[in-house]
Write a protein that binds this ligand. Structure first.
Ligand code: AMX
Length: 442
């Protein structure tokens, strides 16, 4: 049985060799043409970034090192296999896959779980920082603040200041990344306690439990098997969505300046906090509850749902949870969460879960008729919040924090790979409208 660090150490030389070959054989191969509309249109579709953990296909959705979500559900170890209780993918298993490209054994996952538990306790100064923040400060701002402050003890920052060799950068980047992933649940739970007075406020960690069983305990859901397994699935499949999305790209960009993993991931969280990105799950729930009040829950008629959708669109708002910058089909993450709902009676019978499912059948037609969005189908955020709500986690300003625990599983492995591959500081060229015009005339 290998440790995660040993498994990464095996992969790094293979990846370095692969990069060397790619550079030697294909450095000048064109990857497409850049037009003015790319520059003006948020760089959609431009292939300008290396990202190893996952690839997003506009039709079939996300794959993690070539494995779809159903593939991962089949092969990645779950809690039942490591002495716990639960059938869904453990985030530890997903982390292992994202970092190494390999499926871990249950023993390897158990070892990683124990390592995370051992590193999960927060230092006193972090607890004090979180406790000093006003309750009215958005939980995502609190989250990013605490994560940035952990750079106080960054092994990468310390090593760099002491003249660490470039070839070794990835090692303390990995140490910091594992340390950060281990501490995210306790940070998130302390914020939950401070802002909403829920959980026991202690963030105690039981080393025999997996990351999310511990987190669930910290936020007061230690006895709720359905919620614990939902959180595992949710966190595992939100982990990575290739590199171009705002949070992943931000971690990569900030890390390219050799800012340490805490600073890089803190910046990523601040991007995740935007309503067009991670905050959409908070937006969806507020919108769905208002709809429930206006049209009824699971029993609402298609006509009423249509009317409600049109009233949202006519008021100039977007339908939250629908559309995507890359996907052109229903998001497989939405499908996986919807399938999970079918397996649990408490979710099958839930009025809000039923309403959200009904909306997902009606909204594509309305959005097509509206004619603006390139993708009229639900994305992951359409489904994720209503399950939390049904399980009693009704504080929806907290939802994106849970997404923030997850996104580290993909963004931090890429940071490790960036340093292992010696990726340079990111510095695209910008242009003014005048310089653009002058350039086009040439
Ligand atoms: N409802 C109404 N209009 C929508 C829409 C929606 N759900 N999605 C896109 N549109 C509109 C856009 O606002 C844009 O209008 P404009 O020309 O007047 O500015 C037009 O359709 C074309 O947009 P697009 O090319 O299809 O999408 P995009 O790549 O620019 O943006 C996204 C993608 C996700 C930001 C957008 O679909 C959106 O705002 N969706 C709602 C918010 C949401 O669910 N975000 C979560 C995404 C997943 C995640 O990151 N967590």
């Amino acid at each position: 049985t290998k440790s995660l660090k040993e498994a990464v150490a095996e992969v790094v030389p293979e990846k370095q060799e692969q990069l060397k070959k790619l550079k030697a054989e294909h450095a000048d191969a064109p990857l497409g043409e850049i037009t003015v509309s790319h520059l003006l249109g948020g760089m959609r579709g431009l292939k300008v970034m290396l990202w190893e953990g996952s690839v997003l296909d506009s039709e079939s959705g996300i794959t993690f090192h070539g494995k779809s979500i159903p593939d991962c559900q089949k092969v990645l170890p779950n809690a039942d296999q490591i002495g716990g209780k639960g059938k869904e993918i453990l985030p530890e298993s997903m982390l292992w896959l994202l970092l190494t490209g390999k499926v871990p054994t249950p023993e390897e996952v158990k070892g990683l779980s124990q390592e995370l538990a051992a590193k999960g306790k927060l230092p006193d100064y972090i607890e004090k920082i979180i406790d000093s923040l006003p309750k009215t400060l958005h939980p995502m701002t609190q989250f990013a603040t605490a994560v940035a402050a952990l750079n106080h003890d960054s092994k990468f920052a310390q090593g760099y200041s002491q003249g660490l060799k470039k070839a070794d950068y990835w090692k303390p980047t990995l140490d910091d990344s594992i340390d950060l992933i281990a501490k995210l649940p306790a940070i998130a739970a302390r914020i939950y306690y401070n802002v909403f007075g829920l959980g026991d406020g202690k963030q105690a960690i039981d080393s025999s439990k997996d990351l999310i069983a511990n987190y669930s305990e910290m936020i007061g859901y230690g006895d709720n098997e359905g919620m614990i397994d939902y959180l595992r699935l949710y966190i595992a499949i939100h982990g990575d969505h290739e590199g171009g999305n705002v949070s992943a790209h931000t971690a990569h960009l900030v890390g390219s300046a050799l800012s340490d993993p805490y600073l890089s991931y803190s910046a990523a969280l601040l991007g995740l906090a935007g309503p067009l990105h991670g905050l959409a799950n908070q937006e969806v729930l507020g919108w769905a509850l208002a709809m429930q009040e206006a049209v009824g829950g699971g029993e609402a008629s298609e006509e009423k749902i249509k009317e409600y959708l049109w009233s949202t669109l006519k008021s100039g708002r977007v339908v939250p949870g629908y559309g995507h910058a890359v996907l052109r089909q229903p998001d497989p993450r939405f499908t996986a969460l919807s399938e999970f709902c079918k397996t649990r009676p408490e979710l099958r019978d839930s009025s809000i879960v039923q309403l959200v499912q009904k909306v997902s059948q009606v909204a594509p037609g309305v959005l097509k008729e509206h004619g603006k969005t390139k993708n009229p189908f639900p994305n992951v955020d359409a489904a994720s919040g209503c399950v939390l709500y049904q399980y009693g986690l009704t504080q929806f300003t907290y939802y994106t924090v849970i997404f923030g625990i997850s996104r580290a599983l993909g963004a931090l492995p890429q940071l490790v790979m960036d340093r292992a591959l010696g990726m340079p500081i990111e510095r695209p060229k910008s242009m003014s409208m005048d310089s653009l015009k002058a350039f086009i005339k040439k």
